[in-house]
Design a protein around this ligand. Structure first.
Ligand code: UDP
Ligand code: MG
Length: 334
């Protein structure tokens, strides 16, 4: 059994050693092989030097260093690609993800009931009110607009089995939105809750514009709902055109004088509606191209009979089944 922990780092010189020191007792409590995979995401401070020093001291420390800053999503992907563990975890370097929770996550996977144990914060203490409000709005919006369910407050902090890790890697799309991908791949996730902890040192790497871009990307990657706008536009234009025509007829029947623009307006609305229908048709094809280009797997397997332990005593806990099964056996015995 081996556990890999991926730590994306961008200018985290103040946190690296604090993180490693906080992780040591946790690591020691786990009786498994272990690897830390630090992903230096184009840091311009001493992050890489500090990670190298750790790697020289501790053979369980591995690292990947990017040529420039590619963003946390790229760092997560690189970490997952390079991981060799049976269980693979993600953790921030700033200790906002409490290390001791890793033990509970490990237990959760060991039970065999879950493929993933994730963490969600129930509070957002220490975060600006505006950021929290926008974050809540984003979760509500993305859950309405897309098929994937994204748990409010869910962090990237999670531990997954190798099967789920490979499934996540099968989604090889370039524009990665991990929160959506983790949900899209399915599998059974157990959620642990905790109260928000603040960064141990340094500053958040997310600017407001960066977060907005992240949110818009997330919606674009997992929803084609914005294309529905064209349909709404087409219907509205048609209805307006029709209403104006009816109004014109009534107006004319009542013996009123007709103005030029009374005739031109419904015609223009009708032409605009036709163009909007064209956009709807194009939108449908764009939707298909979007899906094909993403080339997401058609299905993902959780397990097959090859994984079945034939010596294991499997208990089926369906009452109906047990009852009828017993009756049949009784009959045969009789
Ligand atoms: N991070 C990264 N690349 C980036 C931005 C952030 O690897 O371009 C890392 C960062 O070093 C940290 C984690 O992602 O380990 C979370 O970043 P941060 O704490 O700034 O985000 P927040 O917790 O405020 O959402
Ligand atoms: Mg943080």
């Amino acid at each position: 059994m081996k556990v890999s922990i991926i730590i994306p780092c961008h200018n985290e010189e103040e946190c690296i050693n604090k993180y490693y020191d906080a992780m040591r007792p946790v690591r020691q409590k786990l009786d498994v092989d272990f690897e830390y995979i630090f992903v230096d995401d184009g840091s311009t401070d001493k992050t890489l030097d500090l990670v190298k020093a750790l790697a020289l001291k501790d053979s369980e420390v591995r690292y990947v260093s990017f040529s420039r800053n590619f963003g946390k999503e790229a760092a997560i992907y690189a970490g997952l690609k390079n991981s060799t563990g049976d269980y693979v975890g993600l953790m921030d370097a700033d200790l906002q993800d409490p290390p001791e929770m890793l033990l509970e996550m490990y237990e959760g996977l060991q039970s065999g009931e879950y493929d993933c144990v994730g963490c969600r914060r129930t509070t957002r203490k220490g975060e600006s009110k505006i950021r929290s409000a926008f974050a809540r709005m984003f979760y509500r919006l993305i859950n309405k607009m897309s098929d994937v369910e994204i748990v409010d407050g869910a962090r990237d902090y999670r531990l997954m089995t190798r099967t789920m890790t490979n499934a996540v890697l099968e989604l090889s799309e370039r524009e990665r939105f991990s929160k959506g991908i983790f949900s899209w791949v399915g599998f059974k996730t157990k959620w642990l809750e905790y109260k928000n902890t603040e960064r141990v040192a340094g500053k958040t790497k997310w600017s407001f514009s960066g977060l907005t871009k992240y949110a818009v990307n997330g919606i674009e990657d997992f929803s084609t709902a914005p294309l529905k706008f064209n349909l709404i536009l087409a219907i509205s234009l048609f209805v307006s055109s029709l209403a104006f025509t009816v109004f014109d007829i009534v107006w004319w029947c009542l013996g009123n004088a007709m103005y030029e623009w009374f005739i031109i307006t419904p015609i223009m609305l009708f032409v605009a509606a036709l163009l909007a229908v064209g956009l709807v048709v194009i939108g449908e094809y764009v939707k298909k191209i979007f899906r094909e280009v993403k080339a997401r797997p058609i299905y993902l397997v959780r397990e097959t009979d090859a994984d079945l332990d034939r010596n294991a005593d499997i208990k089926i806990t369906c009452d109906d089944y047990t009852v009828s099964d017993t009756k049949e056996t009784d009959k045969i015995d009789a």
